[in-house]
Design a protein around this ligand. Structure first.
Ligand SMILES: Cc1cc2nc3c(=O)[nH]c(=O)nc-3n(C[C@H](O)[C@H](O)[C@H](O)COP(=O)(O)OP(=O)(O)OC[C@H]3O[C@@H](n4cnc5c(N)ncnc54)[C@H](O)[C@@H]3O)c2cc1C
Length: 428
């Protein structure tokens, strides 16, 4: 493990957040080192991408590689929520580039390799163990090759925690606050031979996907109020299908002594439209995964010598497929703040604060959209309103339409009515 002794920035984690942050910083002329504890391509969930991701990839210069890979273009979304069907197509909101269904192992690998090409020193199979903060020149990161015994130290001006749900620095500093309003779990797996829904609501065999683009299909799960839902995302060789449920479901599976495979398969086949899509499909053995209690935020997003980005900064229920875009947004915003701090070290705290405010308002808007019982009127509401205030007319229309897809986020409409649209030129 020949990690350097010093550099400008250490990025922990090579998911979309880490790879893009390291790319932006390397392109800005800084020596960036990225530590990834796994070897890419690595398994990760979250395959539905809304088209906003293109602008972050354009800035990183990786869009051509993504376009050339031939990921499935999706037409939009169809949602069955307690018997009512609603649809959404991104082209109705001014988007000219497609939303995608991506195999995340492949997509994330492309981003990581691009970071390497852009001059980032990437070390795979190397896990960060933590960082000492408040030491010159900013932080000292301890790391170790996976399976190895020797630790190494890298002195850097800033450490960026992009370690996803592991949240290495967030946990070390005790910044992670579980989202008590969101005690969820998720179980998902991959089917072969599933049909899919096109924008007109008709079912098609997987082979038609290039000619008749699929939608991301979401349905509510009966008996769980507005909390439980299920996704169906057609990929090139398989279909990702998963359930998001209140945490109590986990107990019922354990008590019932059934396997997660049986549970997922039975629940999904019992949902009317999903059952029809899966009629001739098989759940791929060994493909089922479970995650619990994954919603949290951080009480602090940046401080002397550190920035938290992507899922390491916080995570909300993935119903509106904003996780990857939020990760990319935070990577861009953090890279900007770090660059500014390096240019004007005396103003580092100011740039940490700007980053914190920007990300907080985006995360809060995501919470307002995704939380069935979001507390309108709380201090956090002001943060969500700020994000809306800076959204252009198309983005506002999309937020409104998304809030009408389920019965979860009707309060967002009230928030929007209460938030004036920007008067000047569009803000990002
Ligand atoms: C059930 C579910 C469904 C989802 N569906 C969607 C969806 O459809 N669309 C969408 O946009 N988002 C979705 N998401 C969210 C999305 O997957 C995440 O928001 C996204 O992966 C965040 O990217 P990241 O780079 O922050 O973290 P990650 O992609 O998790 O990457 C973190 C990386 O850090 C590495 N790492 C961890 N610890 C260490 C360490 N100690 N040292 C070095 N490296 C380390 C990991 O190996 C990993 O590669 C979903 C999430 C879940 C849980």
């Amino acid at each position: 493990m020949a990690v350097p002794k010093t550099c400008d920035v250490v990025v922990i984690g090579g998911g979309p957040a880490g790879s893009l942050a390291a790319t932006y910083l390397s392109q800005a002329g800084y020596h960036a080192v990225l530590l990834e504890k796994q070897k890419h391509p690595r398994n990760v969930v979250g395959e539905s991408l809304i088209p906003d991701f293109w602008k972050y990839c354009d800035e990183a210069g990786v869009s051509d590689k993504i376009a050339a890979d031939g990921f499935i273009r999706k037409a939009g979304g169809i949602v069955d929520w307690h018997g009512a069907t609603r649809r959404l197509a991104f082209k109705d909101f001014g988007y000219t580039r497609p939303a995608l269904h991506v195999e995340r192992d492949r997509f994330d690998h492309l981003l990581l390799e691009h970071a390497r090409e852009q001059g980032v020193q990437v070390f795979e199979d190397v896990a960060a163990q933590g960082a000492e903060l408040g030491v010159a020149p900013g932080a000292r990161v301890a790391c170790r090759a996976v399976g190895g015994e020797e630790s190494a130290q890298i002195a850097c001006r800033v450490v960026v925690d992009a370690s996803g749900q592991n949240a290495v620095i967030g946990r070390q500093l005790g910044l992670r606050a579980m989202d008590e309003a969101f005690r969820f779990m998720s179980v998902w797996g991959y089917y072969t031979g599933s049909r899919y829904l096109a924008a007109d609501g008709e079912m098609h065999p997987a082979e038609s996907a290039r000619n008749v683009p699929p939608t991301t299909y979401v349905t509510s799960v009966p008996g769980t109020g507005d909390w439980g839902w299920c996704w169906h995302i057609l990929l090139r060789e398989s279909t990702s299908v998963g359930l998001v449920l209140p945490i109590d479901a986990m107990k019922s599976v354990k008590d019932g002594q059934q396997s997660w495979e049986n549970y997922l398969d039975r629940q999904c086949r019992a949902l009317p439209r999903l059952g029809a899509l899966l009629a001739d499909a098989q759940l791929r053995p060994g493909s089922v995964r479970v995650i619990r209690d994954y919603s949290y935020r951080s009480t602090r997003l940046a401080g002397p010598g550190f920035f938290l980005i992507g899922d390491a900064a916080g995570f909300v229920d993935p119903i509106f497929s904003v996780g990857v875009v939020l990760a990319m947004y935070s990577a861009r915003a953090a890279a900007w703040a770090i660059d500014r701090s390096f240019r004007a070290p005396g103003r580092a705290a100011e740039h940490q604060a700007i980053y914190t405010k920007q990300l907080q308002s985006r995360v809060e808007l995501a919470r307002a959209l995704a939380l069935p019982q979001y507390e309108v009127g709380s201090a956090a509401t002001g943060e969500a309103k700020k994000a809306m205030q800076f959204a252009d007319a198309n983005a506002r229309a999309l937020i409104r339409a998304a809030s009408q897809l389920t019965a979860r986020s009707q309060h967002v409409q009230a928030l929007m009515d209460d938030t004036p649209a920007p008067a000047g030129p569009e803000a990002d």
